[in-house]
Ligand binder design. Structure first.
Ligand code: ASP
Ligand code: MG
Length: 301
């Protein structure tokens, strides 16, 4: 079973250069048996929503073309064969065509459209890791037991999801799994999302289900800062916080983790570490269960 969850957000995957840094970071942590959760490449979810709205107005390609181009640029930058995403891009195009024909965009359909972001980024990241010699596989979260209710746009996993997740992940013992944040499926097979910025939640949920030692949230800031560094240059990283302290920061607009994101980790008392892909050696902030001693500072070890 995996030892840590490593979640990489959209800004950490926004171009080929960032994906390379992410691969460096994963490679360095292979000894800890990572389970990787990714967001869509930066900006793609917004582009998918825009594309769906354009399709609703009859324009199938207005948004699609930009999405296709961004993914091709990233694949070219990484030396990945375009075939990796050919099926997904065809599927997305057909879906947008469908929206333009039926002239209807329900929350269910929008979740389906948005799901392409994570489905494609996970494939790109896995293909690149594979190219670097790791035995990486992209597996959609819903094929790893992330089965949810049908609350489109804000779904939550069903009660038996943790069990399903454990037995599904067991099948990949020898592989480096790269899965999709943000998305799931109902038991009836319809794609859902857990809500915008929900990849952190997915990562925490997988981490709790798998009982990992640490859930790492890789972003583009040095963890939770004492103030906004763009306003106060002397702002420092807060090395350790409790879950309640972190919820207050999130509540007061700290912009790091939404409190509900942490719930699965809080219940299992699994530390969440917020790290920066631009400064991977910075230990960032570790958020620990209330009353727990600071987790051992064996950062990045
Ligand atoms: N890609 C999704 C979003 O932009 C989920 C995430 O990034 O966490 O909302
Ligand atoms: Mg995000």
């Amino acid at each position: 079973m995996p030892g840590i969850v490593m979640k990489f957000g959209g800004s950490s995957l926004k171009d080929a250069q960032r994906v390379r840094s992410v691969a460096d970071i994963i490679e360095k942590n292979m000894k800890r048996r990572p389970f990787v959760v990714v967001s869509a490449h930066g900006g793609i979810t917004d582009m998918l929503i825009a594309a769906a709205r354009l399709a609703l107005q009859g324009d199938v390609f207005g948004g699609f073309t930009n999405i296709e181009m961004r993914h091709r640029q990233i694949m070219d930058g990484l030396g990945i064969d375009h075939a990796v995403l050919a099926g997904n891009l065809r599927g997305l195009e057909e879906l947008l065509r469908g929206i333009s024909l039926v002239k209807e965009l329900t929350p269910r359909t929008l979740d389906f459209v948005m799901s392409y972001g994570e489905r494609m980024s996970s494939k790109v990241v896995a293909a690149y890791l594979k190219q670097r010699g790791l035995s990486a596989v992209a597996v959609n979260a819903y094929d790893l037991g992330f089965i949810t209710d049908a609350n489109f746009g804000g779904s939550r996993p069903l009660k038996d999801a943790p069990e399903r997740i454990r037995s599904a992940v067991e099948q990949y013992e020898d592989d480096l799994v790269v899965t999709t944040g943000f998305i799931g499926k109902t038991a009836a097979g319809e794609i859902t999302t857990v809500g915008r910025n929900g990849s952190d939640y997915s990562a925490a949920y997988f981490g709790a289900a798998l009982g990992v030692d640490e859930i790492q949230i890789w972003t583009d800031v040095d963890g939770v800062m004492s103030a906004d560094p763009s306003i106060l240059p002397s702002a420092r990283t807060i090395p350790v916080m409790s879950f309640s302290e972190a919820s207050e920061v999130a509540y007061y607009g700290g912009q790091v983790l939404h409190p509900s994101t942490m719930t699965p980790a809080v219940e299992k008392r699994i530390p969440i570490r917020v790290l920066n892909t631009y400064h991977p050696d910075n230990p960032g902030t570790v958020i620990v269960a209330d009353g727990d001693a600071p987790a051992d500072a064996g950062i990045g070890s």
